[in-house]
Design a protein around this ligand. Structure first.
Ligand code: PAF
Length: 285
């Protein structure tokens, strides 16, 4: 069933939520196996699963990226119904979601001063606005997100904690193409050659991870050396690096190299452009 209005979806869910658990997978469509894995997990843990498909304009800081974002509702619905004909799709248009223009801006402090927050001003306020609206519309018991957007996971966790949304968050591992390239709706905008070449993004991350692990306890400037190694690696490919950084996994505080001696979980995060398409990825150490 596809719902395009908030009131229709709310009316449908109202009697069901009394006795059944609702799982929610927010997406911007152009679904791939990574999204479908979230949906399958949601189906295992809930009686009802809602998938939203909405390309949220206020989280894009680049109008060209917004215009080119793939919109494939019919195909998305087919993919979802192949898994289960019980899935409820919520596909509102912009007027429906933003009938009331938001006056509230979200701020996430240190969590958004790095990586995507630094390079895409206002991005996380846009994400938090739409996700909080969607949470109020769907009122799910469980919500599912992919770890490819790790900073987004951290920001949403902060929002859920701060605003006391009564729901459980689930962050699922990144699914990769056979080459190692992280699955992303944006991959469809790459030429076949670039899609193969883009394997360098994951290879670079593995290389930095390996470098860090093999040098723990031996070297004082692993961060610098790790970055240098990674960046040199990317330089030899067609991937234009925007950032390659090493952070504490949950606080997103940059790792000073002396702290590599500790057990603090770390994430190596990368963003950059391939054929003008922005790709991000990360790996945990
Ligand atoms: O990760 C995404 O696809 C989007 O940022 C989300 C969470 C659906 C909000 O628009």
């Amino acid at each position: 069933m596809i719902f395009s209005t908030i009131s229709d979806l709310r009316t449908h869910l109202l009697p069901l939520r009394i006795s059944q658990k609702i799982g929610f997978v927010p997406t911007m469509g152009a679904l791939h196996a990574g999204h479908l894995a979230l949906v399958e997990e949601a189906l295992r843990q809930n009686e009802i699963v809602v998938v939203s498909i909405f390309v949220n304009p206020i989280q894009f800081n680049n109008p060209e990226d917004l215009a080119k974002y793939p919109r494939t509702l019919e195909n998305d619905a087919t993919l979802l119904y192949q898994i289960s004909d019980k899935i409820l799709i919520f596909a509102p248009n912009e007027k429906e979601m933003y009938a009331q223009k938001t006056q509230i801006a979200f701020q996430f402090g240190a969590l958004e001063q790095v990586m995507e927050g630094k390079f895409r001003k206002g991005h996380f306020s846009g994400v938090a606005t739409v996700v909080s609206r969607l949470f109020h519309i769907v009122m799910p018991d469980n919500a599912y997100f992919g770890q490819k957007d790790w900073q987004q996971c951290c920001v949403i966790k902060q929002m859920v904690d701060d605003l006391m949304f009564p729901l459980q968050l689930h962050f699922l591992p990144t699914l990769r193409e056979i080459t190692g390239l992280a699955m992303s709706s944006r991959n469809t905008r790459l030429s076949a050659q670039a899609r193969t070449d883009a394997k360098c993004v994951y290879e670079g991350l593995l290389l930095v991870k390996n470098y860090i692990l093999n040098n723990i306890g031996k070297e004082n400037h692993i961060l610098e050396k790790g970055q240098e190694t990674g960046l040199n690696f990317y330089k030899s490919t067609k991937f234009e690096v925007e950032y390659l950084e090493i952070y504490q996994k949950f606080s997103l505080i940059p790792m000073p190299s002396k702290d590599y001696m500790t057990d603090i979980p770390m994430g190596v995060c990368v963003a950059g452009y391939m054929e003008g398409v922005r790709l991000i990825d990360n790996i945990m150490v």
